[in-house]
Design a protein around this ligand. Structure first.
Ligand SMILES: NC(=O)c1ccc[n+]([C@@H]2O[C@H](COP(=O)([O-])OP(=O)(O)OC[C@H]3O[C@@H](n4cnc5c(N)ncnc54)[C@H](OP(=O)(O)O)[C@@H]3O)[C@@H](O)[C@H]2O)c1
Length: 350
């Protein structure tokens, strides 16, 4: 990639797409195309074709997708499979027709078989049954990887795919109704800290910045605020403040800061040209309990943490095997503690 090459980042407003855009700008790439979904709806094949014909991008990062937590994946099954298939098919076909030099597609580690051996190796894809709750999303993402492979084999297109681990960072989803574990912990500890400091103004400000389940939370009474927080396991009893966390706290997970992922994507766009997709992770795991205590310390919550063992734990371990990525010469740079500090700062500054 040269600094004046035209680079299209699909999904540039999202957590991953905005991190890729930041990284490219920092490195000196100046010719970026970053339309929002309002400006270019990737479900519309004619609009996608026109965009490629008019702008002729030379490189494409495909980070646009319909993304969500377990609840959304499980209840909007048709939307998840339809929208993701359409976005991938439209962009990849238009990239092929308009002779894009290279395209990078983002998969997700949640599309590996449910019981695949840990750490998850690239060759485990399609070796077993998928997790039923997000099967439509996983099938669509697997189709995206297969599209890249098929256009490579039939048309010699240099289309590559990556498989990122759990991500967090700037522009993450903080809606406690459907957020991933790390942003949920940041928000719960921040709300808990505000509650123990009796800072209802900070809580009200937070609720108006980050609506829960798309609802407006303005002009709530103190009782209504306490009720709402209690629904998400943030509560006061006898003057003490507690945060409830689902499960035993023993499951092991891997987390990567989105800007580290973006660095890996740009590195692979510049240095990797093979059919096999590449896992992107830190190679390090942490238990949910240790993670909770780390976030608690960074956010500055002084109260207690209770593990609600009546709630499910999910899979006991989820870690990517990153030996291929390390072999290619790339390693994650941002420690979990530094990443959480940065994510918390962005969370507060919005
Ligand atoms: N978040 C994670 O932990 C994680 C982990 C592994 C892999 N990934 C992968 O990384 C990619 C990006 O995820 P993310 O976390 O950045 O998600 P995100 O924050 O929800 O961003 C998704 C982006 O997709 C765009 N988009 C959705 N539908 C579109 C449409 N019809 N037309 C045009 N644009 C559309 C949205 O555009 P607008 O904002 O303009 O509407 C949004 O910017 C996904 O492929 C996901 O599978 C994410």
């Amino acid at each position: 990639m040269n600094f004046l090459d035209k680079i299209y980042v699909a999904g540039a407003n999202g957590m991953v797409g905005s991190a890729i855009t930041r990284r490219l700008k920092l490195l000196g790439f100046q010719n970026l195309l970053t339309p929002s979904s309002r400006e270019l709806n990737l479900l519309n094949q004619n609009a996608v074709e026109d965009f490629f014909i008019n702008h002729q991008p030379q490189y494409v990062f495909l980070a646009a997708a319909k993304v969500g937590g377990i609840w959304a994946n499980n209840t909007q099954r048709a939307d998840f499979i339809y929208q993701n298939l359409m976005i991938e098919a439209n962009v990849i076909q238009a990239a092929h027709q308009n002779k894009v030099k290279k395209l990078l597609f983002l998969g997700s580690s949640c599309i590996y078989p449910k019981l695949a051996p840990q750490p998850l190796r690239e060759d485990s894809l399609l070796t077993g049954t998928l997790e039923p709750t997000n099967e439509p999303y996983a099938i669509a993402k697997i189709a995206g990887i297969k599209l890249c492979e098929a256009y490579r084999s039939q048309y010699q297109q240099n289309f590559i795919s990556v498989m990122p681990t759990n991500l967090y960072g700037q522009k993450d989803n903080y809606d406690l109704h459907n957020s991933h574990v790390l942003p949920a912990l940041i928000r719960k500890f921040y709300l808990g800290k505000s509650l123990e400091n009796n800072n209802l103004e900070a809580i009200a400000r937070d609720l108006s910045h980050y609506p829960i389940q798309s609802q407006k939370h303005e002009q709530l009474s103190k009782e209504q605020i306490l009720d709402l927080l209690k629904r998400f396991g943030i509560k006061q009893e006898g003057g003490d403040t507690f945060i409830d966390i689902w499960g035993t706290g023993t499951p092991l997970r891997e987390f990567m800061y989105a800007d580290d992922l973006a660095d890996a994507c740009v590195f692979l766009m510049q240095n990797y040209n093979e059919e096999q997709f590449v896992n992107i992770g830190t190679g390090q795991e942490i238990s949910i309990k240790e993670l909770a205590l780390l976030v608690k310390e960074i956010v500055g919550f002084k109260g207690d943490v209770c593990f609600d063992t009546t709630k499910p734990d999910g899979t006991p371990r989820k870690l990517l095997d990153v030996s291929k990525l390390h072999g290619l010469g790339w390693k994650a740079q941002i420690s979990l503690a530094d990443g959480i500090k940065m994510a918390f700062e962005h969370y507060l500054n919005i």
